[in-house]
Design a protein around this ligand. Structure first.
Ligand code: ADP
Length: 587
């Protein structure tokens, strides 16, 4: 230990440099200055430490002290996470506001979990039972929607014996079980524990994802599917619908737990999310969506460094619920703000800049983040499986995807929902560009969709996509020489594609009836529209045929209202298909 006190020698925005720091460790949490601001050591050179500070550093200056805490930047994991809204370093916003009012005071200590609340712990093991790291010791009904598992800590070696286990009401820090591991080490297990945010949580194995993450969005589920345990990127310019898309997915997708990380660029943007999210209703249970949600919010009055940490805080909490065997979906909106925080810190550290001033490690950090997604065989001997799906929005300046954040994200995400400002100007929502978007997960869910929806699922999808692609080429011709130059088949392509766009792809997230469509109904809707093309093909050899007769068939109106049919109204869909066949045959 140095006899000299750790002391600040330089302050540069969120970066503080301190000397006499030889006893500090990398990623150790320190308290900076007289006001004891929360910081993290991000680089050590000899006795000098570079500290990323998670609070506003104005007024802090050289000569002020730095205190070591001996802890790495960690999250507190346990019952009470759900329904919480945190800042980037897991301080509950409600507690911060209570202590300091709307403008955040500095140096506030706030635990992630309520330390006084008592939870009912129901043991699932008994004294003398043998357990392994990751096994369930007991459960806590955390909210009406989610049962929390208290698991054997990951650092328990080999098979451990349960020495004692309690049932009843406890605070998160109370010991509920005592274990002795293979090395004879005693572990006092509480309902909460700490985990360093920059280290992924342990698991047995990663599995190949083979189940879709259903969102109810017809465009993405059918054409650009995501899987449970997959990673998706939503790039889009301002106003194209990133936030609405993320929120709609959060609300309707079939993940059980939602982690929402908001990094708003303008203050009011995050405020909107903060105002709206707590009022969303879970469509399945009718309960507030927050009962299965944790929010991490970076409002504009929070310093840039907290954004850098927030994505790790969020994903560590997400992994924790995955470990309990839940399907978890994490939304990060927008990761460009995270990357900008990284760029700012890197600049202040005077690191060699890479492309567009971003640090050279932007690519590896992005990959490390998205690689924490996955379908996993959870730690322990219980054969539990859980998944973590990561959906990151990216806001490329000017919508130009060649910029580094988009490029690095596209490299590591297999689903790409490209939002398009031209579509949002036309009020075509969701503004997901059907020609540019893609999903590389189709082979993963091939069997699932055939088994659960229809053997014909992929054929219908292929035909519809083919039509949309051909439509875009034909529109070019129409622009140049007008519609008269088109053949009957080409006119049929345009008519069917228009129906796919307007009657299938267009979906209003704010209309409770329309916002969610089950897979079977998606399939029936699309199959019916594609029938217009396949039946219409019977007309292509007619000479001198007036195509407007097809355009004005009564069934075209029925197709336009096809979304109003009930999901289980198989006969209704078939009736429309029969009408298509009949009316075309009568021409
Ligand atoms: P971004 O986050 O990309 O800046 P938003 O998500 O805030 O954009 O969307 C901008 C506006 O577009 C919303 O306020 C809403 O009016 C409209 N919008 C976006 N997506 C949809 C949708 N799926 N359904 C209906 N309206 C939408």
């Amino acid at each position: 230990m140095s006899s000299k006190e750790a002391v600040i020698i330089k302050v540069s925005g969120p970066l503080v440099v301190a000397d006499n720091m030889e006893s500090a460790k990398m990623y150790e949490v320190v308290r900076v200055g007289k006001e004891k601001l929360v910081g993290e050591v991000i680089r050590l050179v000899g006795t000098t430490a570079f500290i990323q500070v998670y609070e506003e550093t104005a007024g802090v200056g050289p000569g002020e002290p730095v205190e070591l805490t001996g802890k790495t930047l960690s999250v507190e994991l346990g019952p009470g996470l759900l329904e919480s809204i945190y800042d980037g370093v897991q301080r509950p916003l409600a507690v911060l506001e209570e202590k300091s009012g709307h403008f955040l005071a500095r140096g506030i200590d706030a635990e992630g979990l309520d330390q006084t609340k008592k939870w009912e712990f129901v043991p699932t093991q008994s004294v003398k039972d043998s357990v392994k790291a990751g096994d369930t010791l007991g459960t806590v009904q955390e909210t009406t929607l989610i049962q929390h598992r208290i698991m054997v800590p990951a650092d328990v070696v080999g098979t451990a014996k349960v020495k004692s286990i309690e049932s009843g009401h406890f605070k998160v820090s109370d010991t509920v079980a005592v274990l002795e591991d293979e090395n004879g080490k005693t572990h006092e297990v509480a309902m909460r524990h700490y985990w360093p945010i920059r280290v992924s949580r342990k698991m047995n194995n990663k599995l190949i994802p083979n189940e879709p993450l259903r969102t109810g969005c017809r465009s993405t589920d059918m054409f650009f599917p995501l899987v449970k345990g997959g990673a998706a990127c939503i790039p889009g310019p301002f106003g194209s619908g990133k936030t609405v898309t993320q929120q709609t997915v959060a609300k309707y997708c079939d993940a059980q737990v939602i982690i929402y990380i908001g990094c708003g660029e303008r203050g009011n943007e995050m405020t909107e999310v903060l105002n709206e999210f707590p009022h969303l209703t879970d469509p399945n249970s009718g309960e507030p969506l927050m009962k299965r949600t944790v929010m991490i919010a970076n409002t504009s009055n929070m310093p840039v460094a907290a954004r850098e940490a927030s994505v790790y805080t969020g994903i560590t909490i997400a992994e924790y619920y995955r470990d309990m065997g839940y399907h978890v979906a994490l939304m990060a909106d927008s990761t460009s703000r995270w990357a900008e925080a990284m760029r700012e810190m890197s600049g202040r550290l005077e690191e060699m800049p890479g492309e567009e001033g971003y640090p050279a490690y932007l690519g590896s950090r992005t990959a490390e983040f998205y690689e924490r997604a996955g379908m996993v065989d959870c730690l322990g001997s219980e054969g539990r499986q859980g998944s973590l799906t990561v959906i990151g929005a990216v806001s490329p300046p000017g919508g130009d995807l060649s910029e580094p954040v988009s490029q690095n994200t596209l490299r590591v995400t297999k689903t790409y929902w490209g939002l398009d400002s031209a579509l949002s100007y036309q009020r075509h929502f969701p503004a997901i560009n059907w020609l540019k978007s893609y999903s590389l997960y189709v082979p993963n869910i091939d069997k699932f969709m055939k088994d659960n929806v229809s053997e014909d699922y992929w054929n219908i999808r292929e035909q519809a996509m083919g039509l949309l692609q051909e439509e875009s080429k034909l529109q070019e011709i129409v622009r140049l020489v007008g519609p008269d130059a088109l053949s009957i088949r080409e006119k049929l392509v345009l008519l069917t594609s228009k129906a796919i766009r307007e009657d299938y792809l267009y979906q209003d997230s704010f209309d409770p009836e329309d916002a969610y469509t089950v897979p079977m109904k998606q399939f029936e809707m699309l199959k019916t529209i594609v029938t217009l093309y396949t039946e219409g093909m019977k007309l292509v050899d007619r000479e001198e045929f007036d195509f407007s007769k097809v355009e004005t068939l009564p069934v075209i109106q029925k197709i336009a209202r096809i979304k109003e049919l009930k999901a289980d109204d198989q006969d209704g869909f078939e009736a429309v298909r029969r009408d298509i066949t009949k009316e075309i045959a009568a021409l």
